[in-house]
Design a protein around this ligand. Sequence first.
Ligand code: UD1
Ligand code: UDP
Length: 367
Amino acid sequence: MNLGKNIPIKGGKIAIILGTRPEIIKMSPIVRACEKRKLDYFILHTGQHYSYEMDKKIFEDLEIKEPKYNLNVGGNEYRKQVGLMIREIMKVLAQEKPEAILVQGDTNSVLAGALAANKLGIKIGHHEAGLRSHDLTMLEETNRIITDHISDFLFAPTDDALQNLKDEGVADGKAVLTGNTVVDAVFQNLELAEKKSDILKALNLEDKNYILATAHRAENVDIEERLEGILEGLAFVANDFNLPIIYPVHPRTLNNIKKFGLEIPAGVRAIPPLGYLDFLQLESKANLIITDSGGLQEEACILKIPCVTIRDNTERPETLKSGANILAGTDPKKILSCSRKMAGTKKEWDNPFGDGRAGKRIVRFFQ
Ligand code: UD1
Ligand code: UDP
């Protein structure tokens, strides 16, 4: 099998398309590499995420230049959002005529960007290609599969992801192993976070004396029973560990907590979403991380903080194999037993997500 033979493409303008918090973070090393190599590129933001803490604050923390376009389509229901994104992205691409677009991950913005470019015959590069949860009830799984199958360049972060692309018969000539830019972002910002963030002091916390939690997956927080299970599980853990749980609440989750009339339990400190530097600082000093986030499963593994994933499956199986992560689902007792188990692990696993040079590696294919 001849991997990556269609890559590189030489010269030409690149459109970096993004729309949500994790895409801004994981695209930032690619943007930095484009700047360093003086490539002709621009950023197109769909506006899927738009609240200050989910969007502009992250750009500010990462010191990335403002997007050239913002389509402001956030907050709409699925069909309208994806439809509007495709229409508006196509307008921009038709006008800018880039040689290729780059997308990252599995969100609706990624799907819309890929479909728009595909329709216009513009080459598509997909970073974080090949991740699979094998759970087609997740919108993200459909987004990943469609995007991978219509992309021209597949940047697989891990061996497992590359193998998935081979198994689906889409790797030949297109796929390369690059590592994940999440490692680049952590390495590029950890020291800065240590210097600039005073979040531990602001929240009156001490190193390793708290647990960090997040939850935002639609399949968790849109279902009352599951969201209730998560909150109850956090209460059990806070009580059992006798440690506070710091919980920056995603806007989707906040809306649902209000809609279902649920309460944040004692021992859990709900706070607004944090900027990337404050959040990285909180992650790196946490005793344990409890989450349903994809990015957090990776970052916990990289930072050597044990992770409990409140999902029934994961598209990051490397974290399970390495011993850095465990699947707990949303049953409160299981969340507690998994937390106890992970708190007692030796933090000796390797980081399977690369060497922190994925951004540079990806950008080299475009010059
Ligand atoms: C999206 C992605 C998910 C990713 C997550 C990262 C899809 C299908 N889902 O989920 O894969 O893990 O982003 O955080 O693309 N909202 C705000 N302000 C914001 C953003 C959202 O108030 O800045 C509220 C709105 O009510 C919105 C809801 O949250 O309707 C859901 O936002 P949406 O972007 O549709 O999905 P996420 O849950 O953020
Ligand atoms: N993050 C952040 N502030 C927060 C919560 C998360 O900056 O309050 C960062 C986190 O470090 C990670 C990314 O956001 O890089 C994860 O985003 P999210 O969990 O929203 O999405 P997912 O990774 O699940 O797609």
